[in-house]
Design a protein around this ligand. Structure first.
Ligand code: ADP
Ligand code: MG
Ligand code: MG
Length: 351
């Protein structure tokens, strides 16, 4: 008897197309080797407006690899009948309403196991302020940062000018201005002058009510993949390099703009330290299943700072997360199988 896997993809975020590419790779892996006799795939596609499509339409989207337009009549909260057959969900929906705990809450309500973190860890991973607070509480080193709200930016020019002054004195330039809840570098700018800072705050405020401003560091960007539940494992490390000013949206999603080095060329003690920090950070937010942990390595001082956790990282055949596991000895189809196993195991066993 095969296990019916609900492969859930698409979604409302800017990473809709990435999600389709990830789902195609996962669907293929579920129809490969030993997975073929273990799993039966039922794809479900979430259009950009949030409407769910049944396996018939979803399979066509997977085959074509391109998004469908938003539905003409909005039918949110009408789920395809096939949802009832799903025995384990594999949600591969990125960004807001996908990896921020909202979708995980829905799957939790369905009382069907699912791959990845639960609502709390997903929400904390998406919210850069909550994430940083959890990492600080776990003693993990990070860049200096300040929190701000849209109200401080948009209501009173005096309050706004005070905020800018505080950023300049406490963080200095360059600094990074980010919406608290997004991803894919959307809404993020680097500022080196007061003028740029003002524009960056105004821009980020248009994406989110809460913002984070960070001291900019000159660092190598190193990533670690984590797999498992309460006894997670860390992969070999990968390094991203690019010639743009920072790892912005265009650099992330334009082929040939960024290079991945796997494994990263780092001293063994640095590698080990980053792997330890990755596991600590994973446990600090109570993540489950998978996460990609991103770090800054300041070569000049030897400092390692944690940048962020991504609880549903890109999962295409060429994405960092599966590539890191491939280099660690876990090929793509085994990785998908293991994630489905971890989804079905008791995440909070009694001691
Ligand atoms: P996202 O969740 O959208 O990926 P990140 O916080 O990872 O947002 O920022 C995106 C990119 O911006 C990073 O990969 C890095 O290149 C650059 N960046 C972000 N914060 C800093 C910082 N404090 N110092 C230097 N570079 C940064
Ligand atoms: Mg992120
Ligand atoms: Mg990032």
């Amino acid at each position: 008897s095969k296990v019916t896997v609900g492969l859930l993809f698409g979604g409302c975020s800017g990473e809709h197309e990435v999600s389709i590419a990830s789902a195609r790779a996962i669907a293929l892996a579920l129809q490969t080797g030993e997975n073929l006799s273990k799993y039966e795939v039922q794809p479900f596609y979430i259009r950009k407006d949030g409407v769910w499509e049944a396996p018939g339409v979803a399979q066509k989207v997977l085959d074509q690899g391109t998004a469908l337009p938003s539905a003409t009549q909005t039918q949110r909260w009408v789920f395809p009948a096939e949802v009832a057959d799903v025995q384990v969900w594999f949600p591969i929906v990125h960004g807001p309403n996908g990896e921020d705990g909202t979708l995980q809450g829905l799957l939790q309500l369905m009382q069907v196991p699912y791959v990845g973190s639960g609502p709390l860890a997903s929400a904390m991973g998406m919210d850069k302020l909550a994430m940083k607070q959890a990492f600080a509480a776990a003693g993990l080193p990070q860049v200096k940062y300040l929190a701000a709200t849209r109200e401080q930016i948009w209501s009173d020019p005096c309050v706004f000018s005070k905020l800018c002054h505080r950023i300049e004195t406490e963080l200095g330039y360059p600094c990074f201005i980010k919406p608290a809840n997004l991803g894919s570098s959307v809404g993020i700018s680097k500022a080196t002058t007061r003028k740029e800072l003002e524009a960056a705050l105004d821009n980020a405020a248009s994406y989110d009510r809460r913002l984070i401003i960070e001291a900019g560091v000159m660092a190598r960007e190193v990533e670690c993949a984590v797999l498992g539940n309460h006894h997670p494992q860390a992969s070999v490390l990968g390094e991203i390099s690019f010639s743009s000013d920072f790892y912005d949206y265009e650099t992330k999603y334009t082929a040939g703009q960024a290079d991945l080095a796997i494994p990263a060329d780092l001293p063994p003690e640095i590698t080990q330290r980053i792997q330890e920090m990755a596991l600590q950070a994973f446990l600090a937010i109570d993540a489950a299943g998978l996460s990609r942990l991103d770090f800054f390595y300041l070569e000049a001082t030897g400092e390692i700072l944690i940048n962020e956790i991504n609880t549903l990282p890109g999962f295409t055949a060429t994405s960092m997360y599966p590539q890191l596991w491939r280099a660690t000895g876990v090929p793509f189809d085994q990785l998908v199988d293991q994630l489905l196993q971890f989804a079905q195991e008791d995440r909070h066993p009694s001691p």
